[in-house]
Design a binder for this molecule. Structure first.
Ligand code: UD1
Ligand code: MG
Length: 462
């Protein structure tokens, strides 16, 4: 309903449910990243920054989301799924990019949230404040999200009317006078715009600037010319960092990690030295989990209540049951399932294997493609020989079994419940329950041999 005027009905003063759509700009390759990977696919806390942003946007339950991508950026399109993508054939600026989303938005006349794919840490709370500002009478046409970074650098600057506090224009750094560059209030790139007016404003943008681009930021001055109001909401530098280089990416990662650490502690985990624990965005911790310094979580890890993870553990795609004890120096690889109260000790690697309730694998072992039954004890240096160079095979250790130190279990093989394997054995055949299996050579001893040997050697040297 572009051009027909915009109104909404307010029921009893409460905020009415207004429609929101989002346009996310992600057509830039991000040349300053010096990467074969499009900028918005670089991960923050293990998830592409575009995904991180979309997860926040999805939280608002918008009617429609359109991601603007460059030609040939299919991988970005896949990361944007299930949302629509619009292709910006030529990178003619942020205003032009928003224009490319017009067709996909199909005459949407609610509130349009514009976000930049390289500004992924903006919070739901801040977006809510912007939508609120947009819906407060007299309704502004544009709400800009501003912030005051310690170093304003090359961000665009918000010019405001000292009397009303309204935004009169946004000037890009390259276009700004020295006085304008002295302004500390910067443009984050995030905006909420009246959808009924947005594309009319975009159509009127010119590219008469040093970069020769259609700047989205110029819609503020245009809306003012039409007598519309533009206001700003202020966010924090932490959430509005724009990622243009690897250095920025590392800064964004540090901010995301701090958020995850805070969330873990708020949910009831103890982190003895939070700054040394690295989470993945999807890490799930139970209550009263204690994490010692220097622990790294890869994707897909779930940790039950009361688990203690000692220093230098690395976990990915693993599940740890309540009360288990890990580390120090344990490695859980994909498919590791650690049962309740089980112990996994130092230099133990578990892959695609279940260590059931109360079982112990305490030292220097590889447990791959198998099961360790409840209460079983795996001695130091035990290896599950799961691979013959072609195929993987399964090792099954029964409940309460005891595997002596430095044993090799050659899969496929099964050690029955309660069986004992003597230390140093190579077990390539199944062992019956409650049996003893030993495959060491017999003990042979020659009295006095060592002394005679030394004497002979010494004589030769003299
Ligand atoms: C932009 C803003 C600046 C703001 C800064 C905040 C403009 C003109 N400038 O500058 O005021 O302070 O962000 O980080 O908007 N993009 C496209 N197509 C294009 C151009 C850009 O999709 O043709 C996308 C990029 O992929 C990126 C985003 O828009 O995700 C911003 O572009 P970028 O070149 O990084 O703009 P800045 O120079 O950072
Ligand atoms: Mg940028």
């Amino acid at each position: 309903m572009a051009g027909s005027g915009h109104y909404h009905i307010d029921f009893g003063g409460s905020m009415t449910k207004r429609k929101t759509a989002a346009v996310v700009l992600a057509a830039g390759m991000g040349t300053r990243m010096r990467s074969a990977l499009p900028k918005v696919l670089h991960p923050v806390a293990g998830r592409p920054m575009l995904r991180a942003l979309l997860d926040t946007v999805e939280d608002l339950a918008p009617e429609r989301v359109v991601v603007v991508v460059g030609p040939g950026m299919e991988a970005v399109g896949r990361a944007a799924a299930p949302h629509a993508t619009a292709i910006q054939e030529q990178r003619l600026g942020t205003g032009h990019a928003v224009g490319c989303a017009g067709a996909a938005l199909g005459g949407f006349d609610g509130d349009v949230l514009v976000l930049y794919g390289d500004t992924p840490l903006v919070t739901r709370k801040t977006l809510d404040r912007m939508l609120e500002a947009r819906r407060k009478a007299p309704e502004p046409v544009v709400v800009v999200l501003g912030f005051r970074p310690r170093d304003p650098g090359e961000y665009g600057r918000l010019l405001t009317d000292p009397a009303t506090g309204e935004v009169t224009a946004i000037v890009e750094h390259g276009e700004a006078t020295p006085e304008q560059r002295a302004v500390g209030l910067c443009n984050s790139g995030v905006m909420v715009v009246d959808g009924a007016r947005l594309f009319g404003l975009i159509d009127r943008l010119g590219a008469d600037n040093a970069k020769g681009e259609y700047f989205l930021t110029d819609i503020v001055a245009l809306a003012r010319k039409d007598g519309g109001r533009c206001v700003f909401v202020e966010g924090t530098e932490e959430e509005l960092i724009g990622v243009n280089s690897r250095k920025d990416l590392a800064r964004a990662e540090a901010i995301a990690q701090d958020r995850l650490r805070d969330a873990a502690m708020e949910a009831g985990a103890t982190l003895i030295d939070p700054s040394t624990v690295y989470f993945h965005h999807d890490t799930r911790l139970g209550r009263d989990v204690v994490i010692h310094p220097h622990v790294v979580f890869g994707p897909g890890v779930t940790v039950g209540d009361g688990v203690v993870i000692k220093s230098f553990c690395h976990l990915e795609e693993a599940e740890v049951g309540r009360g288990a004890l890990l580390g120090p120096y344990a490695r859980l690889r994909p498919g590791a399932e650690i049962g309740e109260d089980a112990h996994i000790g130092n230099f133990v690697e578990i892959k695609k294997a279940k260590v059931e309730k109360g079982a112990k694998v305490n030292h220097l072992s590889y447990i791959g493609d198998g099961r360790v039954g409840p209460g079983a004890n795996i001695g130091a240096g035990t290896i599950f020989c799961n691979y013959d160079g072609f195929d993987k095979a399964f090792t099954d250790v029964g409940a309460g079994a005891f595997i002596g130190s430095n044993s090799a279990l050659v899969a496929p093989v099964k050690v029955g419940d309660g069986a004992i394997v003597g230390a140093g054995s190579v077990i390539a055949k199944d062992v019956a329950g409650d049996a003893l299996a030993v495959t060491r050579g017999p003990h042979r001893e020659i009295p006095g041999w060592a002394a005679r040997y030394r004497a002979k050697k010494k004589k030769k040297k003299d």
